[in-house]
Design a protein around this ligand. Sequence first.
Ligand code: ATP
Ligand code: MG
Length: 581
Amino acid sequence: MKMSKLFVQTLREFPSDAEVVSHKMLVRAGYIRKLAMGVYNYLPLMWRVLKKVENIVREEMDKAGAQELLMPFVQPKELWEESGRWGAYGAELMRLKDRHGREMCLGPTHEEIITAIARDGLKSYKQLPVNLYQIQSKFRDERRPRFGLLRGREFIMKDAYSFSTSQEELDKEYKNMWDTYTRIFKRCGLDTKAVQSDSGAIGGSVSHEFMVITDTDAGENDVFYCDCDYAANSNHAVSKLAPAKTVGDWNKAEIIDTPNTHSIEELCDFLKIPSTLIVKSLFYIVDKKPVIALIRADRQVEETKLMNAVCGTDIRIAAPAEIEEIMIQNGFDGEKGFIGPKGLNTYEGEKVIFVADETVKDMKNFVIGTNKKDVHMVGANWGTDIDLPEKVVDIRLAEEGDICPICGKPLKVTRGIEVGNIFQLGTKYSKPMNAVYLDQNGKTQPYIMGCYGIGISRTAAAAVEAHYDEHGIKWPLAIAPYHVVVVPVNIKDELQMKVAEDIYKTLIKHGAEAVLDDRDERAGVKFKDADLIGFPYRIVVGKSINEGLVEFKIRETEETSNITPENAVEAVITAVHNLKA
Ligand code: ATP
Ligand code: MG
């Protein structure tokens, strides 16, 4: 490809609306252009990168025994009703109607469709196990599309689904996919960590996410991990707590005035107690239902855990006005700092659901809000003064330094970008959709399913997050749009141009993907673009060609050397051939 013909417009500045490196770089270097919120055009350079990621995924999935197919992007409501998700999926599901008024949705994921395909075609245990996958665009009306390709609304995903006859068979496929994912990300130039995770809207029990660890804002997930190999997303991480004072010194329950104590801190100062003696009440709205969470006041609620505890699909903390409103609706004055569980029964006609974190269970003689301004109950106990909610579960956010549940050492925390995940679905879809096969005894059995996703476009963006410097992208060779750029410093110099063209042709002849920067631009401009676009190798043909030398630069390490054109070509071709090995 000649640079003069390459469809790419690099920008002088980073886009002002971009917050993270990959978004900034991919726009400025001419890879993507925004079409609508969370929706991007993948321009030729980007498309080459995406196809490379896709091909690595495809090769490894095929090697692992999976079979590729392609399902429609638009899906009918009926199948989603069979699985029960038409109602449950929430606002991320983009629903639409056709001209006949039939309801459809844009595919955010394809469990329903694949289960229907399996139900039609996999009738006997003899056909199982099977793993089917596709690579395709997905649409999710994300609450906060951001970070360019990292969290788009339309994005490209590889989604695979396995059908087995037993848990053991599923375990084997799960391990197979785990190993396959490890190979895929390694080939893409990414180090990943597999972490335990919540199963979210897809459902199921066992699941792991593959995270690219990063210390930048692009890492939307907090990952808790330990030297012992324990690693979990914050929405799933469990920890043990260090001992703390959780039994108060009061010898009876009393309702006392606590003037000007709007915050936990103020209350602690006033009562001269640690926050581990206070039970905090937090009001959430889960799928439009009122939920009050009780937790020891020194700890935070993990919202996904809380949402799962009440089998919800969407959660948000109540707004200040709603907190006052629930108090008023239950006969209190309404002052938000003082909310307490006692006496709050309904909200907007719905019964309030109470969930307690495990931290409050063993507390004694504690402090709790009374729904009255500047008034708290001290010395309270479960059973005698306040009922402990029936539901006592872990809804707590782990914290750095908490104790590892496996080995007892302090947990560490870092941030990660989730590039893929694997789930054991079990019969979550096969049962409600009556997707069954005949077993050896001629009896119908639901398939035991697994599903396995990789964000193709997110993986490409994550690779930028992991490989860049202030001048631009440093693509890993395997997914770079082109392997090498050949830059004649002065295109009017006959020798320079001739050598550059020869190098370019030789590279292509031997299977390297090369760009010849034949533009009549200053060398500085060409070098800047080469760094920004992120070609893994650069061969510069300048004045030193009169001594038979070119400059060879490796973008990842910024190493340069003056070598012969033959050696430069050889270095690139060897690296490219090693990719295939
Ligand atoms: P997240 O927690 O980041 O929203 P998810 O759990 O919803 O991800 P899955 O439904 O399991 O993701 O999708 C499989 C893969 O698709 C993810 O691992 C991720 O790489 C990718 N992916 C999911 N949502 C997006 C998005 N909005 N933009 C780009 N890629 C995405
Ligand atoms: Mg999501």
